[in-house]
Design a protein around this ligand. Sequence first.
Ligand code: UD1
Ligand code: MG
Length: 431
Amino acid sequence: MSLSVIILAAGQGTRMKSSLPKVLHPISGLPMLHYVIKAAQAVSDDITVVLYHQADRIKEALSASFEGLKFQLQDHENYPGTGGAVMNIPTQHERVLVLNGDMPLITAEALEPLTSSNADITMSVFDLENSSGYGRVVVNNGEVEAIVEEKDCTEEQKRIKTVNAGIYVFKKEVLDRYLPQLSNDNAQAEYYLTDIIKMARDDKLHVKPVWVVEESFKGVNSRYDLARAEEIMQNRIKEKWMRAGVTMHLPSTIYIDSRAIFHGDCTLDNGVTIHGETVITESHIKSHTVIEDAEIKNSSCGPMARIRPGTVLEDSHIGNYVEVKKSHLKGVKAGHLSYIGDAEVDEGTNIGAGTITCNYDGLKKHKTKIGKNVFIGSDTQLVAPVTIEDNVMIAAGTTVTKDVKEGALAIARTPQKIVEDFFHRFFKVKK
Ligand code: UD1
Ligand code: MG
């Protein structure tokens, strides 16, 4: 691959109004910058990420997913701006693709018209009805003449509809020649990478505009942009899985993390939310169920169930208002109103409505083990640590504090008392 990539991620992201660095704001479960690096990896073996504001925090966030990334600290105090960010970066190849860390919708396919170009400078542009926030591109006789940042625009320039999408391919020699000549004589007192265009044109170099679609080149500068970008990302994720055989009822109401994976025939009803590295195989997830970092195989969940991290469900049915956390359920039915946490539950077991594993004693979490063919009556509390062996019955309303052996019945209730005619006496009414 004959292309180096520089990813700009050193800016403060003031317009996000956030203590979290802009490029770490998540879209469909992953930081924006994650998607940009993925696209870069598909086109290059020489990638440098430029950082400054909260550099350590950004490096730390990326370290879990990426190895061998090169980071460069921008001399932001002396050379702020996108031009400053590109200065003094050792690149291996003759052409340099500059990507912005705040463009999470970019893909290798969308970059193709740029990465395949051999012009001195190739830049991405699009035409927008509302061009605010972007640098305006002055095009004359089909050649790009200059880019004017919004804050430096005259009223007339503000009306230009062609804008700089913010991604470029430069010949390395072009960067080497013009970067040292940049000045910060502009409204933001920054070194603008975009000023290279005018210098190059003055020297009659060829600056090729490539018209791209906002769908892939959208820049995220505010929380509003973030929400719009996430919508586009969600539509991509859902389209991919629908084409792979997942039925979605009212997909616009469904949220799916970009890390989630589906296998086989699956159905998601309206309002389903799937977070994290969830894997769902041959299952039906019913309305308004929320699943996070769980593995679900050949099962049904919901409506309105909550399946939390570390849960594995196999051949099971989880009904409404059931919460399951860090538990392994195999061949189990839990139809209504239960909390199952830090538990292992085996085949043929039925968990009655209102069953609670009391897994936390105020200091530590404890485990509950439930064997095969156990019938747990409604409103049972299982005070962990506790083991229920196979073929056991637990009577409704029981608080289980001791292990229960194979074949036994456990019952712990205050005996029922009957007071005859109490109602009539209490309300002073005749029978
Ligand atoms: C930039 C372009 C603008 C274009 C827009 C497209 C410039 C001067 N302007 O404006 O023409 O329409 O992108 O989205 O390039 N960054 C650094 N170091 C800095 C400043 C910024 O690394 O000192 C990084 C940011 O982290 C961000 C990227 O560069 O990822 C773009 O910076 P941003 O401030 O968002 O530039 P825009 O105003 O959007
Ligand atoms: Mg931007």
